[in-house]
Write a protein that binds this ligand. Structure first.
Ligand code: SF4
Ligand code: SF4
Length: 375
């Protein structure tokens, strides 16, 4: 099966509104025929990533507003959402600081797993995850627009729609306090151990403590302690440590990548066919996830926006565009000595994101064969 992927390029070859990225997104919206996916009066989730205090390269509010208005134009009731990553109240503040609020969106901005991140419904999943705690507002909503900022990711190699659904569609916490029953379940597929800190290397910069989403790290007697019961193995502490002083033992890349595909399958199983549309923003393709406390310079030039009804096809097309681009100077890709023709994301990050796209195709979530249609 060959799926259609529509593409609005970031290039603006002539001086006219029609050449803008905004106009390109409007053309994509027309192609996606929202009226076929959304019934009059239906609630529609617009699933995004709110970013973090230092990660400013998220999807621009202007683009999200176009999606929200397009839902309203066909009689739908949109709400923009993400799931809890830090404390819920603080995460809504982050969204607001990044320009995502009810005024800019023209609709509610909510945490799909509730203010405390533990509103979820358990859904059956594949052999790696077995079950996923799907955020309740995503579980219960009949239609969804998945708007994904596409970039690298230290653990999955690529962060697009699949990662947005698998990690971002699962609740951050679980009412029982057991992190293995919420998003941490996916992280457990990545890391086999609890956090190990080497006090000889640690310089007590406290960066790990600041980025920990569960407040598992605290100061004690001039050192640090990690509460294993609170830690959900997300690996953020390991990523930010400047001294290589904190570690988790990895299980292996493939298990985590399969977990992403299974997580996506579980979230999508709560929707009827044809009720989920995908918009991938291959703009400001930075090396890391939007949950990190910073955003590095992009690896490649802005590519544009892609839209499809097929999650696998839109991911494959996005990866192919990024990997086919010329690496930018003063970027991680340049630091790694990459040149056009190299597989930019996989070679820059050392993890091949195409593995989870292939796994999603294997699970029957879509087709890696696509036809790219310029709009
Ligand atoms: S892996 Fe590190 S940052 Fe993540 S929850 Fe555990 S202690 Fe916190
Ligand atoms: S980030 Fe590393 S060096 Fe800094 S306090 Fe944590 S373990 Fe120590």
């Amino acid at each position: 099966m060959t799926s259609e992927v529509y593409f609005a390029t970031a290039r603006a070859p002539h001086w006219d509104y029609s050449a803008s990225q905004t106009a390109g997104l409007e053309r994509l919206v027309e192609k996606m025929e929202f009226g076929k996916a959304i019934e009059e009066g239906e609630y529609v989730a617009i699933k995004i990533h709110f970013g973090s205090q230092g990660a400013h390269r998220i999807i621009r509010p202007r683009f999200l507003r176009i999606l929200a208005d397009a839902v309203k134009a066909v009689g739908g009731k949109p709400f923009v959402c993400d799931t809890v990553r830090i404390q819920g109240w603080d995460y809504l503040e982050v969204a607001n600081e990044n320009g995502i609020n009810p005024q800019s969106m023209g609709c509610p901005v909510i945490l799909a797993d509730g203010l405390f991140g533990c509103d979820s419904i358990s859904v059956k999943a594949g052999p790696v995850l077995k079950e996923v705690a799907v955020a309740s507002a995503i579980h219960d909503v009949p239609a969804m627009i998945v708007a994904s900022h596409c970039k690298g990711h230290i653990a999955s190699g690529f962060g697009g729609a699949i990662k947005n659904l698998a990690m971002g569609g699962a609740a951050g916490r679980h009412r029982s306090g057991d992190w293995k029953k919420a998003r941490g379940h996916l992280h457990a597929a990545e890391a086999a151990s609890s956090v190990i800190r080497d006090p000889k290397k640690c310089v007590m910069c406290l960066q790990c403590l600041r980025v920990c989403p569960t407040e598992a790290i605290s100061e004690k007697d001039g050192g640090l302690v990690v509460d294993d019961k609170k830690c959900w193995r997300c690996g953020r502490c390991e990523r930010v440590c400047p001294k290589d002083a904190i570690h988790l033992k990895k299980r292996g890349e493939d298990e985590f990548q399969m977990a992403l595909a299974e997580g996506t399958q579980a979230v999508l199983s709560t929707f009827a066919p044809g009720k989920v549309l995908y918009f991938n923003f291959a703009l400001e393709v930075q090396p890391e996830c939007d949950c990190m406390p910073m955003a590095d310079t992009p690896l490649v030039q802005d590519q544009g926006i892609l839209a499809s009804r097929d999650v696998v096809a839109v991911e494959q097309a996005t990866l192919d565009l990024i990997n086919g681009a010329t690496p930018l100077a003063d970027s991680l890709a340049a630091d790694r000595g990459l040149k056009k023709g190299d597989r930019i994301l996989a070679d820059a990050l050392g993890v091949d994101g195409e593995v989870h796209v292939a796994a999603a195709a294997q699970l029957g979530l879509g087709s890696r064969k696509y036809k790219l249609i310029l709009v």
